[in-house]
Design a protein around this ligand. Structure first.
Ligand SMILES: [Zn+2]
Length: 129
């Protein structure tokens, strides 16, 4: 059971989002719940998902473990490097290589997109029903 608990601790955002969408799709919960769940999981992907640091050092990409798309590793200069890169203060090709270069980063980006889309769909559901 240790494996599953560990997985849940690290990937709770993914689990939450999948369960939220399933529960909403099967009418177990209403759209308001899905909006909350989707927002939480977007925050998870941005701030807490286990990823690699995306700071570019002189020796190339920093490969330390980091938390979330926006945050870097424990090195102080890297802390908000991800946010800066994604927000566009870094060079254009940096941003592209960050988002396309790494499988973990790609799936986290996909997770953010899924969360945002679910929240929008839930909003529409909320408004139009
Ligand atoms: Zn780093």
């Amino acid at each position: 059971m240790g494996g599953i608990a560990e997985l849940l601790k690290k990937r709770w955002g993914v689990v939450l989002l999948v369960l939220g969408i399933l529960a909403w799709a099967t009418n177990v919960v209403g759209p308001a719940v899905l909006i909350v769940v989707a927002s939480l999981s977007v925050l998870y992907f941005l701030l807490s998902a286990p990823l690699r640091c995306i700071a570019m050092g002189r020796q190339g990409r920093c490969r330390n473990n980091a938390n979330g798309l926006l945050r870097g590793c424990w090195i102080r200069e890297h802390k908000w490097q991800g946010a800066k890169t994604l927000w566009g203060s870094g060079p254009e090709q940096d941003r592209n290589s960050v988002l396309a270069g790494d499988r973990q980063q790609r799936s986290a980006t996909l997770g953010v997109a899924t969360g945002v889309i679910s929240a929008l769909v839930a909003c529409a559901d909320f408004v139009f029903k």
